[in-house]
Design a protein around this ligand. Structure first.
Ligand SMILES: [Ca+2]
Length: 85
C-alpha cells in the first residue's frame, strides 16, 4: 500500500473501530485503527502513542486526536484536526 489514506478513509476506519459508538476510542479500539491502517506498533509503543495522542487526558482518543497523532506520524496528507465539523 503506497497511497496515504484520505480523511474519508480515516473517518471510516475510526467509525469501524469505534465499537462503543461513542465517537471516541479506548486503547483497544485505537489498536484496531492501527491494525486497519497496517501500522505495526508494539503493545508498549501503542500504549505510549495512545497517551501522547490523548491531549485532553480524558482516557479516550477522539477523531481530531487520532488525526493529530497520525499526522505526527506522517500518515495523513496534512489534514488539520477539526477540519471536519
Ligand atoms: Ca482524549
Amino acid at each position: 500500500m503506497t497511497t496515504r489514506p484520505t480523511e474519508d478513509d480515516l473517518h471510516a476506519v475510526f467509525t469501524r473501530a469505534d465499537l462503543g459508538g461513542d465517537d471516541k476510542l479506548d486503547l483497544m479500539e485505537f489498536t484496531l485503527v492501527l491494525e486497519h491502517l497496517g501500522l505495526a506498533w508494539s503493545r508498549a509503543e501503542t500504549q505510549h502513542r495512545f497517551e501522547q495522542a490523548d491531549t485532553n487526558f480524558d482516557g479516550f482518543i477522539s477523531y481530531p486526536e487520532l488525526l493529530a497523532v497520525l499526522e505526527a506520524e506522517g500518515w495523513t496528507g496534512g489534514v488539520a484536526p477539526g477540519a471536519r465539523s
